[in-house]
Design a protein around this ligand. Structure first.
Ligand code: S3P
Length: 181
């Protein structure tokens, strides 16, 4: 079993969709950190933010990432958009395997998140600013952290999830036990 694969990036970059495709192609387990947090706590992410606050969510996120990476070597893991905020998470994800940062323009992200109404309703606003302004502000603050954690930057604009998955695998390069060319 080769190194694991981790997808990081802002909300709306397709981490979960692409992660599932990558895992299927490699015949590996797929793990979605946010879904794990929800099933362990029995609460939606938004409820955790609203009822317990962001620091409590970040603690749960850190613990869950630690357990997923320790318990599932070689898996494909989709992280929440803020997983890179804590240095311990950045270190852990890099040690786990190949880290791909999925990117898109702020305007494109705003369009995707607006189109995904259910997604917007289920996700906490990170600041009080409107969607595009929020995205620009948060991305500017987080970009250095995504960059620090990433082995590769994978633009998603104008690409289907299948094409993004191919780009992730190409950037990672072949691994001997998979007979890659
Ligand atoms: C967050 C992104 C969300 C989720 C939480 C916080 C963030 O994950 O972890 O709402 O801080 O960017 P997605 O990127 O999967 O939406």
């Amino acid at each position: 079993m080769g190194r694991g694969i981790v997808l990081i990036g802002y909300r709306g970059t397709g981490k979960s969709t692409v992660g599932r495709i990558v895992a299927d192609r490699l015949g590996r387990a797929f793990l979605d950190c946010d879904r794990e947090i929800e099933s362990r706590s029995g609460r939606a992410i938004r409820a955790i933010f609203d009822e317990s606050g962001e620091p409590a969510f970040r603690d749960a996120e850190e613990l869950t990432l630690a357990e997923l990476t320790e318990g599932h070597p070689g898996a494909v893991i989709a992280t929440g958009g803020g997983a890179i905020l804590r240095e311990s998470n950045r270190r852990r994800l890099r040690a786990f395997g190949f880290v791909a940062w999925l990117t898109a323009d702020p305007a494109e992200l705003a369009r995707r998140l607006e189109a995904d109404r259910a997604g917007l309703a289920g996700r906490p606003a990170l600041t009080s600013a409107g969607t595009l302004a929020e995205i620009e502000e948060v991305l500017a603050a987080r970009s250095p952290l995504y960059a620090e954690a990433a082995d590769a930057v994978i633009p998603t604009g104008g690409r289907t999830p299948d094409q993004v998955a191919s780009a992730v695998l190409e950037a990672r390069g072949p691994i001997p036990d998979e007979g890659g060319s």
